[in-house]
Design a protein around this ligand. Structure first.
Ligand code: FES
Length: 156
């Protein structure tokens, strides 16, 4: 399980702490005996579809809001989001970071954080950024997408 909750596929999810408690149930104690609920818990684990724990298709899936509203209304595209998304897409390709298991750059409609925009979000990290220009995008690519370091100064 990662830091995020891992669902059982039945609408109930476990967080990390619960996962640790469950792992303890499965571990025999000093006398070689297991927790009373271990068998039931093992059966529950086995009922989870194998693909539930699959890796995400992309290591980093990035969405740039490119929403364009009528003139005068605040929106990300007024902050140059389409141009920045195009730049990021080209740059990621140039760095051979794009593709399954790697990075995907997509555009999206309004992500409902218009006043903080222009905005982009990196999943599965769920890290949101705002940016001003190409150098900010370059920093996000180099720091976050390449090295896994969040760019705190641009985070929202
Ligand atoms: S227009 Fe981009 S978040 Fe709404």
């Amino acid at each position: 399980m990662s830091g995020a909750d891992a669902g059982r596929g039945d609408g109930v999810s476990y967080n990390y702490g619960q996962g640790v408690a469950m792992a303890r149930r499965l571990t025999p104690n000093r006398n070689g005996r297991r927790h009373a609920g271990a068998v039931q818990f093992e059966q529950r684990l086995l009922s989870i579809p194998a693909n539930h724990f699959a890796m995400s298709y992309y290591d980093k899936h990035v969405f740039f809001c490119c929403n364009q509203r009528p003139e005068g209304e605040q929106c990300c595209n007024n902050g140059g989001s389409q141009k920045m998304r195009d730049y990021a897409k080209d740059r990621v390709k140039q760095l051979t970071l794009s593709g399954p298991g790697k990075v995907r750059i997509n555009q999206s409609g309004c992500l409902d954080r218009c006043k903080e925009g222009p905005v982009m979000v990196v999943y599965p990290d769920a890290v949101w950024y705002t940016y001003v220009d190409q150098s900010d995008i370059e920093e996000i690519i180099n720091e976050h997408l390449v090295n896994g370091r969040i760019v705190e100064r641009l985070r929202i």
